[in-house]
Design a protein around this ligand. Structure first.
Ligand code: BES
Ligand code: MN
Ligand code: ZN
Length: 498
C-alpha cells in the first residue's frame, strides 16, 4: 500500500474517511460533505448509534452528492484525548474497515482540531503510520485465497491543507515501519525456512543499507568458548550462528554504542525435555527477540540515526537427537561460569548468557537491552498486554517505560532482588538453568543477571506480546514486532545526537 499526502480536496473515487468527534461537532470537511449531500452526515448520526467514540465506525455506501463509492465516518473520541497514539489507532482502525472492501484508493481527510495538542500535520502522519502498520499481511504461502478476501486497497492518500508538513513528519515513521515489517516477516516464516543460517543471511542483507554485519559459525564460537549457546544447538542438524550487526551513525565513531541482544531460537522443540505437541508450532516464533534486533537496526540505518548501535543475536535450533544435550549436563559458558542444565527447554537463557557476555565484553556498551520470548511464566503474570521489564538500572528502566508508553508497547517492571538468586543454586555447578515453577520469569532474569557485570542492562521478556492472537488497532493478528518501535523511540529520545 502506497502512502501519499495531498492538499485538501474531496476525492473523485475510492473510499473517503472522515473523523467525527465524540461531541459530534463537525470538522470543516465534514460540514462541506454534509452540505454537498443534503445533510447525509447529520442524518446518519441521528439515525445510528455511532457516537464518534474511539474505535467506532459507520460505513455509508454510494453517498449521493459525492464522487466516492464509500464514506467511512470514523470515531475520534474526545478532542482533549487526541494524541499520537490515538491518531495511529484511528488510521489503523479505519484502514481495517476498508482494506478488503473493494476500493483501491482510500483518502483520509484531516482537519485542524481546535483544542487538540496535535497539529493536523502530526495527526495525518500518525494516522498514515497506523494505517500502514495495520495493512501488514503475511500471505506469501496462500495460493488459493478468494478474491474477496484479498486486500483491494493499493493507495492511501491523506489530505490536509499543509500536506508538505505531514510528509516531512511521516518520513522517520516510514523507516521504522520498514523495520517492523522485516521483523514481522522473519517471525511469521516457518522454521523450515528460517533457521540459524538463513536468518543470518537475512541479517547480512542489511549490509546494503550500511549496517556492518559479521557472522560467527560454530567453529569460531567454540574457539571463543561459547559452551552455553553451542550446547543448545548441538542436537540440531542446523549449524548455530552468532550475528553481530553494527550501525555507526554517531559523529564520533569511537562513542560507546547502545547494544541490543536477541534470543534467536529458530525452533524450540524443548530438546530432550520435549514440549507437548499441542501448540508446539508456535515455537517457530521463539526467534522473536532476534528479529526485533534485526528490524531495529534496519530502522536505524534507514533513518540514518545519529547513534552507534550494536545488535548481537544468538541463532540456534533446539532439537532432540542423539547429539542433543541431556538434562544434567554441565556446560561452561563464555564467562567461565558453569551451568547445570536441568531442563533443556530452558534454553533461551543459555543462548543469552553467552550473547550478553560477548556484547558487553567486546563493545563496552553505554547500555544493553536484551529481548527474548523467554518464559511462559511471563504470560501467566502479565498476559498479552505488557511485556516484562527487568533492569539493574532505575534510570534505564524509566526511559524504557516512557518510550513504551509513547508507542503503546507498554512495559511492566518486575523484581530482580537478591533473594531470588538462591533458587538457581546448583549442587554440582555454579548455577542451574531453572529455578522451579514459582516466579519463573524472575528466576530466568536472575540467571541472565549473572552474566552482566556492571553494565547498565535491561531484559525484556516478550513471550506474551511477540505474537497476537487477535487483531489490534495497528497490529493485525500474528507477529507484532513489539519492541522495534519502542527501542527506536528509546534511542531517539535518549541516545541520539540532535
Ligand atoms: N520459548 C519458551 C518460552 C515461551 C513459552 C515463549 C510460550 C512463548 C510462549 C522457553 O524456551 C521455554 O520453554 N521456557 C520454559 C522454561 C521452563 C522449562 C523453566 C517455560 O516457560 O515453560
Ligand atoms: Mn524452551
Ligand atoms: Zn525458547
Amino acid at each position: 500500500m502506497k502512502i501519499s499526502f495531498a492538499k485538501a480536496a474531496l476525492p473523485a473515487e475510492g473510499a473517503l474517511v472522515v473523523g467525527i468527534l465524540e461531541n459530534r461537532e463537525l470538522s470543516a470537511t465534514a460540514q462541506q460533505i454534509d452540505r454537498q449531500t443534503g445533510g447525509l452526515i447529520s442524518r446518519a448520526l441521528a439515525a445510528s448509534r455511532f457516537e464518534g467514540k474511539k474505535d467506532q465506525a459507520l460505513l455509508l455506501v454510494m453517498p449521493a452528492g459525492l464522487d466516492v463509492s464509500r464514506l467511512l465516518l470514523a470515531g475520534l473520541g474526545k478532542v482533549a484525548d487526541i494524541d499520537a497514539q490515538a491518531a495511529q489507532n484511528f488510521g489503523g482502525n479505519a484502514l481495517a474497515q476498508l482494506l478488503t472492501a473493494g476500493d483501491q484508493l482510500v483518502t483520509i481527510a484531516v482537519d485542524e482540531f481546535p483544542g487538540s495538542s496535535l497539529s493536523a500535520a502530526d495527526f495525518a502522519a500518525n494516522a498514515a503510520c497506523g494505517a500502514k502498520l495495520r495493512s501488514y499481511r503475511f500471505d506469501k504461502y496462500r495460493t488459493k485465497e478468494k478474491k474477496e478476501d484479498k486486500p483491494s486497497v493499493k493507495k492511501l492518500t491523506v489530505s490536509l491543507a499543509d500536506s508538505a508538513a505531514a510528509k516531512r513528519a511521516f518520513a522517520p515513521f516510514e523507516s521504522v515501519i520498514d523495520g517492523v515489517f522485516l521483523t514481522r516477516d522473519l517471525v511469521s516464516e516457518p522454521a523450515n525456512v528460517i533457521y540459524p543460517e538463513s536468518l543470518a543471511r537475512e541479517a547480512k542483507a542489511l549490509a546494503e543499507i550500511g549496517v556492518d554485519v559479521e557472522i560467527l559459525g560454530e567453529k569460531q564460537m567454540k574457539k571463543l568458548g561459547m559452551g552455553a549457546l553451542l550446547a543448545v544447538g548441538q542436537g540440531s542438524e542446523k549449524e548455530s550462528h552468532l550475528v553481530v550487526l553494527r550501525w555507526n551513525g554517531a559523529t564520533d565513531d569511537a562513542e560507546a554504542p547502545v547494544a541490543f541482544i536477541g534470543k534467536g531460537v529458530t525452533f524450540d522443540s524443548g530438546g530432550i525435555s520435549i514440549k507437548p505437541a499441542g501448540g508446539m508450532e508456535e515455537m517457530k516464533w521463539d526467534m522473536g527477540g532476534s528479529a526485533v534486533v534485526i528490524g531495529l537496526l534496519k530502522a536505524l540505518a534507514l533513518r540514518k540515526a545519529k547513534v552507534n548501535a550494536v545488535g548481537v543475536v544468538g541463532l540456534v535450533e533446539n532439537m532432540p537427537s542423539g547429539t542433543a544435550q541431556r538434562p544434567g549436563d554441565v556446560v561452561t559458558s563464555l564467562s567461565g561460569q558453569t551451568i547445570e542444565v536441568i531442563n533443556t527447554d530452558a534454553e533461551g537463557r543459555l543462548v543469552l548468557a553467552d550473547a550478553l557476555w560477548y556484547a558487553q565484553d567486546r563493545f563496552k556498551p553505554r547500555v544493553m537491552v536484551d529481548l527474548a520470548t523467554l518464559t511462559g511464566a511471563i504470560i501467566v503474570a502479565l498476559g498479552d498486554h505488557y511485556a516484562g521489564l527487568f533492569s539493574n538500572d532505575d534510570d534505564l528502566a524509566t526511559r524504557l517505560q516512557a518510550a513504551g508508553k509513547q508507542v503503546a508497547e507498554p512495559l511492566w517492571r518486575m523484581p530482580l532482588d537478591e533473594p531470588y538468586d538462591k533458587l538457581i543454586k546448583s549442587d554440582i555447578a555454579d548455577m542451574k538453568n531453572v529455578g522451579g515453577r514459582e516466579g519463573g520469569s524472575i528466576t530466568a532474569a536472575m540467571f541472565l543477571k549473572r552474566f552482566v557485570k556492571d553494565t547498565k542492562w535491561a531484559h525484556l521478556d516478550i513471550a506474551g506480546v511477540a505474537w497476537a492472537k487477535k487483531d489490534g488497532p495497528v497490529t493485525p493478528k500474528g507477529a507484532t514486532a513489539f519492541g522495534v518501535r519502542l527501542l527506536d523511540r528509546l534511542i531517539a529520545d535518549n541516545y541520539e545526537q540532535k
